[in-house]
Ligand binder design. Sequence first.
Ligand code: MN
Ligand code: MN
Length: 297
Amino acid sequence: MSTDVDLDGEQYEKHREAGEILQTVREEAVERIEVGASHLELVEHVESRIRELGAEPAFPMNVCVDEEAAHGTPSIDDDSTFGEEMINIDIGVHVDGWIADAAITVDLSGNDELVEASAEALDAAIEMVEPGIDTGVLGDVIGRTIEGYGYQPVVNLTGHGLGHYEQHTSPNIPNKKIPEGVELEVGDVVAIEPFATDGRGRVGEGNAEQIFALENDSSVRNRKAREALDQITEEFQTLPFATRWLDVDRPEMTLRRLKQRDIVHGYPILKEKKGSLVSQKEHTLIVTDDGCEVITR
Ligand code: MN
Ligand code: MN
């Protein structure tokens, strides 16, 4: 099949470079996760290694534990350490705005099967990706694979397209069957991310909020808020950033101010019901003429 999309073009090369760096730092992260290890040291290691290797984090490294599913990242003075828990890490890398996004679960809690459920669901979906595949069909195979293990897919979290400096674009890739999705096309760059749980299969918003993104760039009078906003527009643009990335002192207060004025929005932590566990696995892939190229494995 011929196509006008040049999969060797510069943007795809940058996606691939981001994907390779992501693989390296993910491996280093997994090696560091053990009972007693510090959350903050882990994310600082990974984020500084991404920069050392010539790229930038596309979003703060997420560390989610047990019932937490997404948007967790350490606060500025976080002293949390890992226990015998289920740990999801989610890493984003970009090269000039071209993003790779991938996640993995490291289980220290003795629940291998839950980890396997999301991993197998991801493999099954990747196996089916080709031009013309409907995203609803991918959701169906993900949902059925997880249910086959006796668990629930988390249905209000989805995979997504990746745009230039845009971490979430269309199409959504659901984690269950939907009546009508959209057809993937050659050259689409998408992240597929099944979540499996022994909980409800639906996450809600918690109170903690450590990740933010620019909503609209309007002027602020307060000096510290203005300094922070300059850093945000220059360094992060519209990509998500962490409280601990801001150079101003007492960044929490500054962020509250920017949020009140709708200049930034927060991403509250997303969790399953208390006492349940969530596993996640995610890869980024490029849809090719005859299937797909996974850039994060
Ligand atoms: Mn991710
Ligand atoms: Mn993602």
